[in-house]
Design a protein around this ligand. Structure first.
Ligand SMILES: Cc1ncc(COP(=O)(O)O)c(C=O)c1O
Length: 388
């Protein structure tokens, strides 16, 4: 058989997809698996969002459409963000994509030359290194202080080279739920401007910060920084529209135009009717979002209460994950992968190993199942550790 490309063969298989297949098998055998591995809300989208989507189909919105996004959605995004930002945003700063995963892929393809370096912070979302590698660039991972799981500006300065093209940030972070302070972000943006590098801000969980309102746009923190910042957002997490596949970027017109050209050859337009559901969710979601945020906060507090006395971790400020260290409970020679596999086998609880996120002695627990099942699942994790 002819050979396959090294580019694609170098991609790591997604550990969550691998685990999902195993869970299906166990469930088919009749086992009741508590799935604390899932990175998506357990609730359905709002009825009004579903109706708007169905109505769009009835109105014939199922054809090829504009690559940038349906005019209604792009205009709504512009209005939405104008209310949040002091920057003079325009329509051509927006590009709707089939999920922020695609946005990130397009960003790296558009800004990176082969051999460029892109800085990421462990623990990182699993797609970052792979999407960077696919562009020909090299991910440079900074492993932060173990307790806070946050990097310092000095660590970043020490890793800058003449090839550094961008720094990826993800706040709140998947998997740690940690957020960056405004002071850190200002310093980082000032550094990026001085060194002429991009900051890519993955804001998938930006509306899921428990102790505060959603923070300011990065480009509002430092004057004249707009051209250095690429913001990736998604309807998947807070709006519970994971299957709709609608994300978008906010970036300079020049970069947006280049990414638009790429997207035109990659997917063409985004799912046309799903975009009408997204418009609806932008207009009607406020109450629902705060209800859901409260529900996740309750789950976070309960999960934290059960897990933290046994596994050390800082309370996550956002997103829907706990990321504790299991270093002191691992047996000699045991990896976090072994730990997760044995937990699944013995206690029927599915979680993800930290190694998937670049941290080998950690686990990720998602509190995305019902509150009762999150409590039961966390209790089983603790029982599992105590029985070892
Ligand atoms: C940090 C982060 N960014 C992006 C995404 C991708 O979201 P989307 O559904 O928009 O592709 C995820 C999904 O898990 C995520 O955790």
């Amino acid at each position: 058989m002819p050979s396959l490309s090294n580019r694609v063969l170098s991609i790591e298989e997604s550990s969550s997809i691998k685990l999902a297949a195993k869970i299906i098998n166990l469930r088919n055998e009749g086992k009741d698996i508590i799935g604390l591995n899932v990175g998506e809300p357990d609730f359905a989208p709002q009825e009004s969002v579903l109706s708007a989507t169905k109505k769009a189909i009835d109105n014939g919105k199922y054809r090829y459409s504009k690559v940038q996004g349906e005019a209604e959605l792009v205009k709504s995004l512009l209005n939405y963000h104008k209310k949040l930002s002091n920057h003079d945003l325009e329509i051509d700063n927006f590009l709707v994509s089939n999920g922020s995963k695609q946005s990130l892929y397009q960003i790296f393809q558009t800004i990176c030359e082969p051999e460029d370096e892109v800085i990421i912070f462990a623990p990182y979302w699993v797609t970052f290194p792979e999407a960077i590698k696919l562009s020909g660039a090299k991910p440079v991972t900074i492993t932060p202080d173990k307790t806070s799981l946050l990097p310092t500006v000095d660590q970043i300065k020490n890793n800058l080279t003449s090839k550094t093209k961008a720094i990826v940030i993800n706040s709140p972070n998947n998997p740690s739920g940690r957020i960056f302070s405004e002071d850190f972000l200002k310093e980082l943006i000032t550094l990026a401007k001085k060194e002429d590098i991009f900051i890519i801000s993955d804001e998938a969980y930006i509306d899921l910060i428990y102790s505060a309102d959603s923070p300011k746009h990065l480009f509002d923190l430092v004057e004249d920084s707009f051209d250095y910042i690429i913001t990736a957002r998604t309807f998947s997490k807070t709006h519970a529209l994971t299957g709709f596949r609608i994300g978008y970027t906010i970036a300079s017109k020049k970069l947006t135009k280049a990414m638009n050209n790429l997207q035109g050859h990659l997917t063409g337009n985004n799912c046309t009717f799903a975009q009408y559901g997204a418009v609806e969710s932008l207009y009607t979601s406020n109450n629902i979002l705060s209800e859901q945020k409260n529900l996740f906060k309750t789950r976070r507090d309960k999960a934290f209460e059960i897990i933290s006395p046994v596994l050390p971790l800082e309370k996550p400020e956002g997103a829907f994950y706990l990321f504790p260290s299991i270093e002191h409970v691992l047996k000699p020679g045991e990896s976090c992968l072994d730990f997760c596999a044995e937990l699944l086998e013995k206690k029927q609880v599915a979680i993800l190993p930290g190694i998937a996120f670049g941290m080998k002695n950690y686990i990720r627990i998602a509190f995305t199942d019902s509150t009762d099942r999150v409590i039961e699942g966390c209790q089983r994790i603790i029982d599992f550790i105590k029985e070892r």
